[in-house]
Design a protein around this ligand. Structure first.
Ligand SMILES: [Zn+2]
Length: 416
């Protein structure tokens, strides 16, 4: 048994204007590899149910991993969700009603498009001059701009993005082939596939930059809209951007008042039994490379987190990358492309959490259908533990109250 949970977070699968990558096919192939890897090496658990158990002190399967996706990129529903369904793996999708309706601007993609299509050799902005004559320097300038506009509230940020975009003199079609974000009808398929829905605000503001009344509206309205559309409770939230400075004590209070039981950040760490329910850490990955850069940049952090006796780990150190891949809307934690694969990077990174391999008899096998059936019945939402120590977990269920799944022995040296 284990008392740790790794929550992974993706955004897009295929390259976008803001999030580069090799090609759509490379993104899909990369994600397929990741799914195969997760099936083999992890026990993928539904996020909400796992958090209920973990924070109540009940054990999870060894190497428990929950999968999440932010923002509602369309490839989540066309590519990721079907692949996950075929593999029998469950995920939670954090959606933004304003993006689903097409009524909110996705400022980082607008900015990414403008930089990708810039014809101006130089950008004058905020009293500074930047060379924008080549794609490489443009990417670096975009990082600077993104970092700066993230300090603004959403109104000022929107104005700044329009201003920068105009100065770059972009030329090209305003839209690529197809929509970049899913709509409400497409989002229905996520639920049909058995996945779960969470809120990611109405319009994706960085909450700590907003007035409390605006924060409250984003939190309450997004929840109500998602619940009304999907006809199911929505009480899991993902912070836009998600770093420590992107939410405040006020935000945390408003999240509670808005009816969210859990909230996930983008602060890199494993969740454990003492993790605050509304500050659950995540490790962001991308489809092409998984956690390579996290392995490089965050290995020391993770080692510290996993050090014996350390049960209070919430990493406050943002992992600094994005240099190769362009700025990330979710902070600088978004992994960059190139350099390896999830298969190669997870084992050394989380060796102690992920060791030893799951006994063959306890691999996913027929579990997913049980989980998915339970999910459709909303059993994940009544606080009823599921999938481990309860029905649905092979070899378990006889002693559900203990929270321990008989026969599951995690002898990981890093697990207390
Ligand atoms: Zn987001």
């Amino acid at each position: 048994m284990s008392h740790r949970l790794l929550v992974l977070g993706w955004h897009n699968i295929e390259p976008t204007w803001a999030f580069g990558g090799t090609s759509p096919a490379a993104g899909r192939r990369g994600f397929e590899r990741q799914v195969r890897f997760l099936r083999r090496w992890a026990n993928v658990v539904p996020l909400r149910a796992a958090l209920v158990d973990l924070l109540d002190g009940r054990a999870l399967p060894p190497r428990a991993v929950a999968l999440t996706f932010d923002d509602g990129y369309r490839d989540n529903v066309t590519t990721a969700a079907p692949l996950l369904r075929a593999a029998g793996l469950h995920a939670t999708f954090f959606l933004v009603p304003g993006f689903l309706s097409g009524t909110s601007e996705v400022w980082w993609e607008n900015l990414g498009w403008a930089f990708a299509h810039a014809t101006a050799a130089e950008l004058s902005w905020e009293g500074e001059r930047f060379d924008t004559s080549t794609p490489d320097v443009r990417r670096r300038v975009m990082e600077v701009v993104v970092r700066k506009v993230k300090t603004l509230d959403s109104r000022d940020r929107e104005n700044a993005v329009v201003d920068v975009a105009q100065r770059l003199l972009p030329v090209g079609p305003t839209r690529g082939p197809g929509r970049q974000f899913m709509d409400w009808d497409e989002a229905d398929r996520l639920v049909e596939y058995g996945h779960d829905i969470g809120s990611h605000t109405c319009s994706h503001p960085i909450l700590s930059r907003e007035e409390p009344a605006d924060q409250a509206r984003e939190l309450v309205d997004s929840r109500e809209q998602l619940e009304a559309h999907f006809q199911r409770p929505v009480d899991v939230f993902a912070f836009p951007n998600g770093r420590a400075e992107d939410y405040s004590e006020v935000t945390l209070r408003l999240i509670r008042e808005a009816g969210y039981t859990f909230a996930v950040t983008t602060r890199t760490a494993l969740a454990h039994r003492d993790t605050p329910a509304r500050e659950v850490p995540r490790v962001l990955v991308n489809a092409e490379t998984g956690v390579v850069k996290i392995g490089r940049s965050g290995v020391r952090t993770v080692r510290r987190i996993l050090a014996p006796g350390n049960r209070t780990a919430v990493n406050r150190v943002p992992i600094g990358f994005g240099r190769d891949r362009g700025p990330s809307p979710e902070g600088w934690e978004h992994p960059v492309s190139g350099g390896g694969s999830l298969e190669r990077s997870i084992p050394p990174l989380l060796h102690r959490a992920f060791h030893p391999p799951v006994p063959r008899a306890h691999q996913l096998g027929s579990l997913p259908s049980l989980w998915l059936r339970d999910l459709r019945g909303r059993q994940t939402h009544n606080g009823n533990p599921m999938g481990y120590g309860g029905r649905g977990w092979p070899g378990a269920g006889k002693d559900a109250n203990s929270g321990a799944a008989p026969g599951l022995d995690d002898s990981s040296p890093g697990t207390p």
